[in-house]
Design a protein around this ligand. Structure first.
Ligand SMILES: Cc1cc2nc3c(=O)[nH]c(=O)nc-3n(C[C@H](O)[C@H](O)[C@H](O)COP(=O)(O)OP(=O)(O)OC[C@H]3O[C@@H](n4cnc5c(N)ncnc54)[C@H](O)[C@@H]3O)c2cc1C
Length: 636
């Protein structure tokens, strides 16, 4: 889910629905209680059955895993046998952030022969490196069975949208938007509550109608399309109030301070430049994605690959602006006539906006694909290259002296000691924090919270399924929706013959475990749009909307690189609403930084080389950009 909320307010929305063409008929009805089946996806990968860390390591039991193919990736048994001869790299977080780093690192290390050592006093070749990904949210399937990786956040992400990547939230207009949306959100919540009271109490209902009241129709389904729903909501009390822990509160304060700095102090020109960098990352990401799916037809089918995206605007000026912006960034974009848009995606005709006042931009080079299925595939691939995927939720981090000299004394080297909630412990020479929204809290455990001012941004996704019989009407390998599209900052996508999904909203409501009780318009609005665009999906339940949290960066750019005050600690997070759009590219950047560190070069100077051979200054993405310049110099 990406993009800005629409600001324009067009009043009349009733849309004269054109007759369906033949293609539209194929998706005409939905099952009353759809089974959660996808027709063409591989099963998610399993984690190691001996997966609780602290236990003796075993090589991964991922179904397609083979023994490590690369001589530079040592097996776990070898590690235990000779701990000093192997560099252990721990990656906390098995989402797109962690898996993309593991995959890129495994590929790079497979072809790297280290010239120097960072792990002992001799200049021997290291020869072996072990990569371990620790994931805290894997689901046990049945007793005795290895747990499944579920891709909690990534499963929401479908579209790779370089065209939208240029949009950055850290602008003065968005600051105003957050305030306005928060007020509108509050007002509409009150309306909804009052409506509920009216409907539930016949006496009040009688009073309202006798006084000429509309019985709650002001917020009823049809008219609610007249204005775009609010996108943002900020529940300040949840972010800094008593329900937040000290570290959670501090992470909000850091986020807000840096957001204001980027937005107000650095100003619009810097925001434009950040938009350019986002776009560059998105293009490189697209290259990596296409390289993978073009080389593997099974993967391409599994991810529900499709090309092209329709972005719908409520004013012509905004649509024209979107085209100009895309062209400025070298992306394809053209304005469609409404009839052309409906031909491209017949379901657009169902949107109940009055007077056809919608303007559609087609972006030919955006792609839609299931991030979840893609990441499952990269887990399988990297497992085959020797990466170990272990289950365990990290709740303790410590820097310790590694006592590896022959006399048992300290050799002056540091290690990262990682503790899981079950009390088990592992040690790593290098540590990558890629745990999504919890990364700032883990960074705080090591005293480097200032380097990670990211904050959770809640969003929602609602998935609905076509009945089994209807699948027969759909041509094989075609997605349920012809063309994915966005409207009012909600993304409607499909990556299989059976499903479609609406996703959107950006809410500051604190951290996940305490925010379930914070109300949102999101689920109601998503289900309202879903019922309109998919009129037969009457079973769509508001409660089925899934809340998910994205790691938002205060200046929109992801955090990629080593923490200068803590050598060997790397951050890979802050992808916000665009983790699928940029995460593969930044994962490769982080792998470059890690390899540089291992080879004794500076991981922070110079530029990253992206998959399309373009370069980005490392300082642009470095976590040290949040530290005042004067202090920064003394740390590097
Ligand atoms: C509704 C919605 C729709 C979206 N749609 C799109 C889209 O269309 N396109 C796009 O580009 N992006 C989209 N995104 C954004 C994208 O999903 C995120 O940017 C991306 O998932 C972030 O990846 P991550 O690996 O950094 O974090 P996550 O995906 O959250 O992964 C972090 C992982 O770390 C694990 N973890 C956390 N704490 C610990 C711990 N203490 N110990 C061990 N493990 C831990 C978590 O269990 C999790 O698996 C969407 C997001 C949402 C919410």
């Amino acid at each position: 889910m990406h993009g800005y909320p629409c600001l324009s307010i067009l009043s009349q929305l009733a849309f004269i629905i054109p007759t369906y063409n033949d293609q539209a008929a194929r998706v005409s009805s939905f099952a009353p209680s759809p089974p959660l089946v996808t027709t063409n996806r591989p099963p998610p990968p399993h984690f190691s059955s001996q997966s609780l860390f602290g236990r003796p390591f075993s090589t991964t039991t991922t179904p397609t895993a083979t023994t490590p193919t690369s001589s530079s990736l040592g097996s776990s048994q070898e590690t235990n046998a000779s701990p000093t001869s192997s560099i252990r790299i721990g990656i906390v977080g098995g989402g797109i952030g962690g898996v993309s780093v593991a995959h890129a690192l495994a590929k790079r290390l497979a072809t790297t022969t280290f010239a120097t050592t960072t792990n002992n006093n001799n200049n021997n070749n290291i020869g072996k490196t072990e990569i371990v990904v620790l994931e805290g949210d894997v689901q046990p399937v049945e007793p005795g069975q290895p747990p499944l990786w579920t891709a909690a956040t990534a499963r929401n992400a479908n579209s790779i949208v370089p065209g939208a990547a240029m949009h950055v939230f850290s602008r003065p207009a968005v600051l105003a938007q957050v305030l306005q949306d928060t007020a509108v959100d509050w007002y509409r919540q009150q309306c909804t509550t009052l409506q509920g009271m009216v409907q539930n109490h016949p006496t009040i209902q009688k009073w309202v109608s006798s006084a000429g009241g509309a019985n709650g129709t002001e917020t009823s389904a049809a008219t609610m399309f007249d204005t775009p729903p609010p996108y943002f909501a900020c529940h300040l009390l949840r972010c800094v109030g008593p329900s937040a822990t000290h570290d959670e509160r501090m992470s909000f304060v850091r986020y807000l301070t840096q957001f204001l700095y980027a937005t107000v102090w650095l100003g619009p020109a810097a925001a434009d430049e950040r938009g350019r960098v986002m776009c560059q990352l998105a293009k490189a990401n697209r290259n990596l994605y296409l390289e993978s799916v073009n080389a593997n037809a099974t993967l391409q089918a599994a991810v529900g690959h499709s090309q092209g995206f329709l972005s719908i605007h409520r004013s012509l000026a905004k649509a024209q602006n979107a085209v100009t912006e895309a062209h400025e960034h070298g992306e394809e974009a053209d304005l469609l006539e409404w009839e052309q848009a409906v031909e491209a995606e017949p379901r657009l005709a169902n949107i109940p906006i009055k007077d056809n006042k919608l303007h559609v931009v087609r972006r030919g080079n955006d792609y839609t694909a299931s991030c979840e299925s893609f990441i499952h595939n990269w887990i399988q691939e990297s497992s085959a290259m020797g990466v170990q995927y272990l289950s365990g939720k990290v709740d303790g981090l410590q820097v310790v002296d590694s006592t590896t000299t022959a006399s048992g004394g300290s050799n002056g080297k540091k290690k990262y000691r990682v503790k899981a909630t079950d009390g088990s412990v592992q040690e790593f020479d290098l540590l990558v924090l890629a745990s999504g929204v919890t990364t700032p809290l883990l960074a705080s455990l090591l005293g480097v919270g200032n380097y990670c001012p990211t904050y959770p941004l809640r969003g929602f996704s609602l998935t609905f399924f076509a009945p089994v019989d209807d699948t027969k009407k759909v041509k094989e390998q075609e997605n349920l929706l012809h063309q994915p599209f966005s409207i009012d900052a909600m993304y409607c996508t499909s990556v299989s013959t059976r499903m479609a999904r609406l996703a959107g909203f950006g809410e500051f409501v604190g951290y996940r475990d305490k925010s379930a009780s914070v109300p949102s318009l999101g689920p109601t609005v998503l289900s309202r749009y879903a019922r309109s665009v998919f009129p037969d999906a009457l079973h769509v339940r508001t409660e089925a909307a899934l809340a998910c949290f994205r790691p938002a960066s205060p200046d929109d750019l992801p955090l990629v690189g080593e923490v200068p005050s803590m050598p060997g600690l790397f951050l890979h997070t802050g992808h916000g609403t665009l983790g699928w759009t940029t995460g593969l590219a930044t994962g490769d950047c982080l792998a470059q930084a890690v390899v540089d560190h291992l080879e004794g070069r500076s991981s922070q100077e110079g530029a990253f080389t992206l998959a399309d051979e373009s370069t980005i200054e490392r300082s642009t993405l470095s976590p040290s950009r949040f530290i005042p310049r004067a202090k920064r110099k003394s740390l590097v």
